[in-house]
Design a protein around this ligand. Sequence first.
Ligand code: IMP
Length: 199
Amino acid sequence: MTLKLEPGTRLVVATHNPGKARELAEILEGRFQLVAAGELGLPEPEETEQTFQGNALLKARAAAEASGLIALADDSGLSVKALDGAPGIYSARWAGPSKDFGLAMKKVEERLEEVGAEDVSAWFTSSLAVAWPGGPAVVVEGRVDGVLTFPPRGDKGFGYDPIFIPEGFTQTFGEMEPAAKDGMSHRARAFVKLKAALL
Ligand code: IMP
């Protein structure tokens, strides 16, 4: 069976994170009719898997079953080499219940100091999953490498953007114009793969 997403298809976007929803909408460029999971009152499932791909799939499947629509989900995060890939799939959870990313970025800085790390390499990963209600699913992954900088710089992005400088650049994701980030982000790279698979 070939899976295809026709232009104009109604897609439920299974994220409750406004920053991710906005970036996904920008990356999808009006190709689909997007419906937010929050708008449909869909619950946010617990992320019980141990990989980005597993959690993306879990969120897409849950939204597809609950809504009866084809669902798109993203699971993403920041991985720091000197911290053995942490916070990784726990990126959102490091910000605590109040979703305080100032706190989460401080935690990254403190952990790096604790291990005495000189290597500040890090990368963002985005897994995108599309699931059909009661049917198959496709999952892809994109990554962007870079280095961390402290203190945080810029207020244009979200999450860990202010401490991440992508390879080949001097500005953090937090300082870049959204269009520049969207052109090369982990999410954009995952979407290129998704397009190759489904469009
Ligand atoms: P989840 O995919 O909902 O588990 O959340 C992933 C978390 O990773 C987000 O809450 C952000 O803090 C972080 N994250 C994912 N993508 C980005 C990004 O593009 N910039 C900054 N932080 C990100």
